[in-house]
Write a protein that binds this ligand. Structure first.
Ligand SMILES: Nc1ncnc2c1ncn2[C@@H]1O[C@H](COP(=O)(O)OP(=O)(O)OP(=O)(O)O)[C@@H](O)[C@H]1O
Ligand SMILES: [Mg+2]
Length: 239
């Protein structure tokens, strides 16, 4: 088991954003999270990688009870891909990709550059090593951000709406890359509104509403046989 989440709640001030979440995630699962805006999906992901501390309960990652002090310990083991890419604007593509593995002594500088070049070729960005993020399209930026995460050989990658800022053509390129990555022996937790993609990639789907996990099932059950009225309404509103 890679994650064990026990009676986890998160509040901001007096407002509960996540309420009593209990969940276990096994290695290599591809978990998709769907749910309305404000239901707590991003907050949930942030609690899984120490960007936020929980208010009560606990999150265990490989048996380590997480809190912000362990940021260094989990760095590289838990990758995160954001809607807004979060590349370093003052660094080239190659520098963005090679920074973390070199700093953390996962690879030598030369090795990192060579692995980065191999990945860039795979994602059709050969020749753009020295470009800055501002000279890339949104889809290219997101593909670079995904490669940057892969360079650390993470156990798990958390994706928070990786294609929400992209137009349809670029969305497809990025979804194809994520699908390719999903074939690796890697755990993935993906917040997305792309229902067809979710059906395709997920081994398990969580439906969140108002800070709770309302349904937790295989894609077939979630999308074809939703149990709760809330999930039925949510899916209808997306058709
Ligand atoms: N730092 C914060 N301080 C106070 N409230 C916050 C903070 N971050 C999130 N919230 C609130 O927590 C709730 C859940 O937010 P969250 O971003 O997790 O939702 P979400 O499901 O990711 O929504 P979306 O689909 O719009 O991205 C919202 O009501 C939001 O306003
Ligand atoms: Mg969000």
């Amino acid at each position: 088991m890679i994650y064990k989440i026990k009676a986890m709640s998160k509040k901001y001030g007096k407002k509960y954003v996540l309420k009593n979440i209990n969940l276990e995630i096994e290695k290599n699962e591809k978990v998709v999270i769907i749910g309305p805006s404000g239901s707590g999906k991003s907050t949930f992901l942030r609690c899984l990688n120490t960007l936020e501390d929980v208010s009560s309960g606990a999150v265990y990652f490989n048996d380590l009870k997480l809190n912000k002090h362990f940021y260094k310990k989990i760095q590289g083991k838990i990758g995160m891909v954001f809607q807004s890419f979060q590349l370093f604007d003052n660094m080239t593509v190659l520098e963005n990709i090679t920074l973390a593995p070199v700093l953390n002594k996962v690879m030598s500088k030369e090795e990192a550059k060579s692995v980065a070049r191999m990945y860039l070729k795979q994602i059709h960005l050969k020749g753009k090593e020295d470009f800055y993020p501002r000279d890339l399209s949104g889809g290219e930026k997101q593909r670079v951000a995904i490669i940057r995460t892969l360079m650390m050989n993470p156990d798990v990658i958390l994706f928070d709406e990786p294609t929400s800022a992209l137009d349809p053509e670029m969305t497809n390129e990025v979804l194809m890359l994520i699908t390719e990555v999903s074939k690796k022996n890697i755990t993935m937790i993906i917040v997305t509104h792309e229902i067809d993609f979710a059906k395709n990639i997920a081994t398990r789907v969580l439906f969140m509403d108002r800070g709770r996990i309302v349904e937790d099932d295989c894609p077939e059950k979630i999308f074809n046989h939703p149990k709760s009225i809330r999930l039925q309404q949510f899916l209808n509103s997306r058709n």
